[in-house]
Design a protein around this ligand. Structure first.
Ligand code: MN
Length: 136
C-alpha cells in the first residue's frame, strides 16, 4: 500500500512518524509547512490503535482538531480527556502533555502548531504502558 494513499480519513496519511517520539505506528502528512505567511505549521496525524506520542511541550502552544476515531489527551498531573470527531483541544504554551489513539480505535487529528525561534516542539520521554492503560 502506498504511504500517501488515502486510507480512512480526509487527507492522505503521509509518512510514518519517528519511533523516537511515538510508541506504536502513526502517520504525518504536513499539510501546510512553515512559510512566510504565518508562524505556524499544519499537519494531519493518523494514529493506529494503541499509538501515542511521547510527553512533550510546545514553546508557543498547539491546537488539535479531531477528524476521526477515538483518542486521548492528557496534561501532566491531570486526568485524560477522551476525544472524538469534532473535538478541539487548545494546548497552552509550555504545558507537558501527550496525545494519541485509544487502545481499541484508530484516531486522526489535524495539528496546528505555532512556531518560535526555539522550534515547534520539545520532546520528552515515552508515555509508559502503565500511564497509558490508566487512561483508557
Ligand atoms: Mn502536542
Amino acid at each position: 500500500m502506498n504511504s500517501t494513499q488515502n486510507t480512512d480519513g480526509i487527507f492522505p496519511r503521509g509518512q510514518q512518524t519517528s519511533p523516537d517520539y511515538f510508541t506504536g505506528t502513526a502517520w504525518l502528512n504536513v499539510l501546510v509547512p512553515q512559510d512566510e505567511t504565518g508562524h505556524y505549521t499544519i499537519g494531519n496525524v493518523a494514529f493506529e490503535p494503541g499509538c501515542r506520542n511521547n510527553w512533550h511541550t510546545h514553546p508557543a502552544g498547539q491546537i488539535l482538531l479531531v477528524t476521526e476515531g477515538k483518542g486521548l489527551y492528557q496534561e501532566k498531573g491531570g486526568p485524560a480527556r477522551h476525544l472524538a470527531k469534532g473535538d478541539v483541544v487548545v494546548i497552552p504554551s509550555g504545558v507537558e502533555h501527550w496525545h494519541g489513539a485509544t487502545a481499541d480505535s484508530h484516531f486522526t487529528h489535524i495539528a496546528v502548531t505555532n512556531l518560535t525561534a526555539a522550534g515547534a516542539v520539545s520532546w520528552l520521554g515515552p508515555v509508559t504502558d502503565a500511564q497509558y492503560l490508566a487512561c483508557q
